[in-house]
Design a protein around this ligand. Structure first.
Ligand code: NDP
Ligand code: BG6
Length: 489
């Protein structure tokens, strides 16, 4: 069964950096999948823009290559690929000079009524110059959207400066700041689960929830990205954006509507309620790590190309939210490279039953856990205490009620890539799953002092074994609160 899709209006999408890695691996394949689902109409126009001199034909060939590499063979019939690439064009444009702008203006002339999106798939230093030139060349119509990707600043000050730069040419209602985690199917399901079922909401607070664990574990190393990664670390690369967004969606109050204003207002309130982690308490709340050299390959510092690197590729944090709902129920976050498995989940650990009537079963009776798995196998699991089947008395065991989205919806569902949903939302003009400027700033405002304390010598990175679930110190962080991490598997 094919999932129901509503076609978007014919649109013009101009991807600056159209020949780059992000466009090749994610954007072109995502657009093709949406075209296959009949969501992208045949008269859409997709223009790749970059400095390189390239004919339209050469860029179409580049697009076919990208589809052959990143779309499964049985999902790309030849005739469909042909129709799709007929929508693709190329423009030689330099963000930093006048090269190519007149031709781009000409290409888009007479199309002012169509939704128009400029996707800045280029380094952030080009954002300002591109915005200025879009404005100066009158390319910003009423139906124009601007899409930007991380990194959205590297601290609070630079995030403010970037927002000001964007605001000089665009209204906030035209800005689409992508955090691709918000486009993941299960992240959207978290909202459906919380706000589409009356079952959980009464329990969704520190009276019934002991704590929340958010894990984004990767088995890959930093590899060839080592030099770049070392300038950022897990805090900037994963926590400031993806992990903060997951925390916000888990912790926020029910919005009045599923619309951009209401959802983003509630996320912002969570960010503003985060208990500050000051220089004096960083070491009680933050554990940073680097993988050691091992059987699978070199250690982090070798890959970073700096034996003295103090950048973390693993981080665990204890985060407290100062509001009525969450007082007393901490959120533990951890993310890292070269861990035991690729596994991302949000685990809500409910409190133990206040009293056990089963004398012999006490040891087996753990608090329930609701586990929302984002990847690799999207699904929701609720761990319940049940009677161990068979004779031999009332023994209690914990067993899962399991729902795998891929299997249990009674049809084969291809989990769409996050960019598919996000790109279509851009065209539809729906900002709900995009970050507002004040959210980005609030996340940096909370993160900045932690990064500064770490850069000033606190929470020195400790070593962990490749393929493990992080350094021992991260286990101690929970152990000292009488809790333990779930296994990464
Ligand atoms: P690449 O280095 O692979 O590509 C950069 C692109 O920008 C090329 O098409 C390049 O073409 C173009 N470009 C460079 N200079 C100019 C210029 N002066 N004017 C116009 N175009 C220019 O980068 P990525 O695709 O990996 O990343 C792009 C952005 O997206 C970065 O900010 C990155 O941090 C972000 N990002 C990337 C992700 C990924 O998975 N790759 C994930 C999340 C974010 P040419 O040299 O011909 O001009
Ligand atoms: C990116 C980070 O934003 O997210 C990468 O820069 C990380 O370091 C990636 O590997 C993880 O994304 P996903 O979708 O594979 O979990």
């Amino acid at each position: 069964m094919v999932a129901k899709t509503v076609p978007v209006d014919p649109f013009d999408l101009i991807v600056f950096g159209g020949t780059g890695d992000l466009a090749r691996r994610k954007l072109l394949p995502a657009l093709f999948h949406r075209f296959m689902a009949r969501q992208v109409p045949d008269d859409a126009l997709i223009i790749g823009a970059a400095r390189g001199k390239m004919t339209r034909k050469a860029f179409q060939a580049h697009t076919i290559d990208a589809l052959e590499e990143f779309v499964a063979e049985d999902e790309r019939p030849k005739d469909k690929v042909k129709t799709f690439v007929a929508m693709v064009d190329y423009a030689t444009v330099d963000a930093m000079s006048d090269l190519g702008w007149d031709a781009l203006v000409k290409r888009l002339k007479g199309r002012e009524d169509r939704p128009r999106a400029f996707y800045l798939s280029v380094a952030p230093r080009f954002f300002g110059p591109i915005c200025d030139r879009l404005g100066a060349n009158d390319l910003v119509t009423a139906a124009t959207r601007l899409v930007v990707e991380k990194p959205l600043g590297r601290d609070y000050e630079s995030a403010l400066a970037l927002n000001a730069q964007l605001a000089a040419s665009f209204d906030e209602s035209q800005l689409y700041r992508i955090d691709h985690y918000l486009g993941k199917e299960t992240v959207q399901n978290l909202m459906a689960l919380r706000f589409g079922n009356a079952l959980f909401e009464p329990l969704w607070n520190s009276k019934f929830i002991d704590h929340v664990q958010i894990t984004a574990a990767e088995s890959v190393a930093v590899g060839s990205r080592g030099g770049y990664y070392d300038q950022n670390g897990a805090m900037r690369d994963m926590v400031q954006n993806h992990m903060m967004q997951l925390l916000c969606l888990t912790a926020m109050e029910p919005p009045s509507h599923f619309d951009p204003g209401a959802v983003r207002d509630e996320k912002l309130k969570v960010l503003k309620a985060l208990s500050p982690i000051t220089e004096t308490d960083v070491e009680d709340h933050v554990i940073r790590g680097q993988y050691a050299a091992g059987r699978k390959g070199p250690g982090y510092v070798e890959e970073a190309g700096d034996p003295n690197s103090r950048t973390e590729c693993f981080i665990a944090l204890k985060v407290e939210i100062d509001n009525w709902r969450w007082a007393g129920a901490p959120f533990y976050l951890r993310t890292g490279k070269r861990l035991a498995a690729r596994h991302t989940e949000i685990a809500i650990r409910f409190k133990d039953a206040p009293h056990s009537i089963f004398d012999s079963g006490v040891a087996g009776m753990k608090g329930n856990a609701l586990v929302i798995t984002l990847q690799p196998n999207e699904g929701i699991q609720l761990r319940l205490n049940i009677k161990d089947p068979g004779p031999g008395g009332m023994r209690i065991v914990s067993a899962p009620l399991d729902m795998s989205f891929a299997k249990d919806l009674g049809r084969e569902v291809r989990m769409p890539d996050a960019y598919e949903r996000l790109l279509m939302d851009v065209i539809r003009g729906d900002q709900t799953l995009f970050m507002r400027g004040d959210e980005v700033e609030a996340a940096w405002a909370w993160i900045d002092p932690i990064i500064k304390a770490c850069e000033g010598g606190k929470a020195t990175p400790v070593s962990y074994a490749q393929g493990s679930d992080g350094p021992m110190e991260s286990h101690i962080l929970l152990h000292q609160d009488g809790r333990r991490w779930r296994d990464i598997e």
